[in-house]
Write a protein that binds this ligand. Structure first.
Ligand code: RIB
Length: 327
């Protein structure tokens, strides 16, 4: 762990991703021929932790793995990526598994079988309370039990530790959780779930209106991840800013949202401020969609800096900018 930097804690899921590549995502009842099959380390919690480690920031993960062969493999990957896994416990049975279909467009769909992730309880948070207390920022998502997220939110509020909640996959959350998070980072589908504004497409009509609605529900800070349309950041202190996307060729959007969240936390701890941190995070997410797989796609600090510099110099070709719509 590098000296002088306050570590980040991630509380979340660890999955093995079983990925089928197809021309198009099949519709209900359809059988399609796949082009390839890959196994990658994944899980939103683990992905965010790896994103942070790749950017050179110390990170500790609190999670659960099964005692199966996937568990052993995933543990090894995390250690190799430089994630501190002293907070990762083992549960008898299977590790979390994600069945992912990635289409040629880069878009994906995911089915998750929680396995050991379902056994991450408030007791695990208590057992690792020192990790939480010594962190500069805590990140979590919704692939673990809601009561664990609730407990974590209570502790972060009590100890005044900023909490970034990625509400993925979207599910109802108690008002107490919404009020305790510092930054709430839905993609468009998730934002529509929390505001009830479905318009038949996955695109939000008016991100500024959506952000205002979410702030009205008591959430202090919002980052809307708008995929190929960039991002929108807003806070109760009347911050409102639209961030344009980075034009990149997307081949796999899996975990782009995780790249965004990990990088956003790193940016905030580097004192970049919320808008510059969101821009930094958009660049990390854009780079991640240019590579296959969840954790293998996470960029380094040098790569993110290069993309930001190229954008500043007006040196980017505009083709199909894709950010983090799907994960
Ligand atoms: O956000 C992408 C992740 O969602 C995948 O790695 C998969 O494991 C699911 O958790």
């Amino acid at each position: 762990m590098s000296a002088g930097k306050k570590p980040i804690a991630v509380v979340g899921s660890i999955n093995i991703d079983l990925v089928a590549n197809t021309e198009q995502i099949p519709v209900e009842g359809e059988t399609v021929l796949g082009r390839g099959f890959h196994i990658h380390p994944g899980g939103k919690g683990a992905n965010q932790a790896v994103a942070i480690a790749r950017l050179g920031h110390p990170v500790r993960l609190i999670g659960r793995l099964g005692d199966d062969a996937f568990g052993t493999q995933l543990r090894r990957h995390l250690e190799h990526a430089g994630v501190d896994i002293s907070g990762v416990a083992t549960t008898p049975g299977s590790s979390g598994v994600a069945m992912i279909t990635v289409a040629d467009s880069g878009e994906n769909c995911i089915v998750i079988i929680p396995g050991a992730n379902a056994w991450l309880t408030p007791d695990d948070i208590e057992a690792n309370i020192d990790i939480i207390r010594s962190s500069g920022i805590v990140l979590t998502q919704l692939e673990i039990p809601i009561e664990t997220v609730e407990h974590l939110a209570k502790i972060c509020a009590r100890e005044a530790i900023p909490l970034i909640l990625d509400p993925a996959p979207a599910k109802e959350l108690p008002a107490s959780v919404l009020k305790s998070v510092t930054w709430f980072t839905p993609n468009e589908t998730e934002a529509a779930f929390f505001t009830g504004e479905r318009n038949g497409t996955s695109e939000l009509r008016d991100p500024s209106h959506t952000a205002k609605t979410l702030i009205g529900r008591g959430i202090p800070g919002i980052v809307l991840k708008l995929g190929s349309r960039g991002a929108f950041i807003a806070s109760k202190d009347s911050l409102q800013e639209r961030l344009s996307p980075f034009p990149v060729q997307a081949i796999d959007t899996t975990a782009a949202g995780d790249a965004f969240n990990g990088a956003f936390a790193v940016g905030l701890l580097l004192q970049k401020g919320p808008v510059a941190s969101a821009r930094f995070a958009s660049a990390a997410a854009a780079l991640s969609v240019t590579r296959a797989g969840a954790q293998p796609s996470m960029p380094t600090m040098a790569e993110v800096d290069r993309l930001l510099e190229a954008a500043r110099a007006g040196d980017l070709e505009s083709n199909n900018g894709v950010g983090e719509r799907s994960r």
